[in-house]
Design a binder for this molecule. Structure first.
Ligand SMILES: [Zn+2]
Ligand SMILES: [Zn+2]
Length: 288
């Protein structure tokens, strides 16, 4: 078992972004599920959530509105938003979609009544240990398949923060299984960055249509690069771009950074870590 231990140590030394390798060396316990049963059940995790299971988190994208102390701006009147239910600048904010703790738990139970999670590390009392950003790494096991997830609670403190961290980590790990992944790869972020009008659910934005028409090798990567540049200073943007890169299988593509060629996954993972460290852990929209 020497080789295995060394491999584990090596992957651990690379830090939390290397969890895919880390997981590969863990012994598989499929809990009696056959491979076919696993695949079938896990596929159910990816099914879209019903509209009533989806919640909305408002984000003001208009700079003038942001600085207006709740007054809105010339272009955006303050109204009660029908989606998020908050008083927000009409047209000056977007509503990011996410799935709450209860809905996520319900989905996991429906797919595998024996699903479970455990913290990656515990202290001497057996309690889950938080990392330097007050976040928690967990293992989520569904149908005998285990993947890592990470949760944090932003500025919350006390017992509520712990519950938030756990729920957040479960949803984050769930996203690695494809749960609610479509909510993460929607065109919402393009709207933040471009300042364009909101796009209703299920409706195709002009950008998406153009993308479909012009899609070809390299096209997706160019589009992603533009988004990465636009969202370089925003954790949320970087995380969403990473999710998109994963979905579009662009993680291993190389992009030029100065003289160097860097993998997309490494570039974004490092950037996210840097931004989080600078902010002391921003958690908004850590839902997925
Ligand atoms: Zn405005
Ligand atoms: Zn709203």
């Amino acid at each position: 078992m020497v080789a295995t231990t060394e491999a584990l140590a090596a992957t651990m030394a690379e830090g939390p972004t290397s969890h895919t390798q880390n997981q590969a060396v863990r012994p598989a316990n499929t809990f009696g599920y056959t491979r076919e049963q696993q695949i079938e059940a896990l596929y159910k995790l990816r099914e879209p959530f019903k509209p009533e299971e989806i919640r909305y988190l408002p984000r003001v994208w208009c700079g003038t509105c942001k600085n207006s102390r709740g007054q809105g701006c010339q272009n955006h009147r303050m109204t009660k938003c029908g989606k998020c239910g908050s008083r927000m600048p009409d047209g000056g904010h977007i509503d990011l979609r996410f799935v709450g703790h209860a809905e996520a738990t319900n989905r996991l139970l429906n797919v595998d009544p024996f699903w479970d999670w455990e913290p990656l590390t515990v202290d001497e009392r057996g309690l889950p240990t938080l990392d330097g950003y007050r976040g928690l790494w967990i293992r989520l096991t569904v149908c005998g398949m285990t993947r890592l997830g990470y949760g944090h609670a932003g500025d919350k403190t006390g017992g509520d923060a712990i519950k938030e961290i756990i729920g957040d980590a479960i949803r984050n790990a769930g996203m690695r299984f494809g749960m609610a992944l479509d909510l993460w790869t929607s065109s919402d972020l393009e709207i933040i960055e471009s300042g364009g009008p909101s796009v209703d659910e299920g409706q195709e934005s002009p950008g998406e249509r153009a993308e479909q028409l012009a899609s070809g090798p390299g096209r997706e990567l160019e589009k992603l690069k533009a988004k990465v540049n636009a969202g370089w200073n925003n954790v949320l943007s970087c995380e969403q771009n990473l999710a998109e890169a994963r979905q579009k299988k662009l993680l291993d593509e190389l992009v030029a950074v100065g003289e160097q060629q860097v993998r997309v996954e490494d570039l974004l993972s490092n950037r996210i870590a840097t931004l989080k460290a600078a902010q002391g852990g921003d958690t908004e929209r850590s839902a997925a």
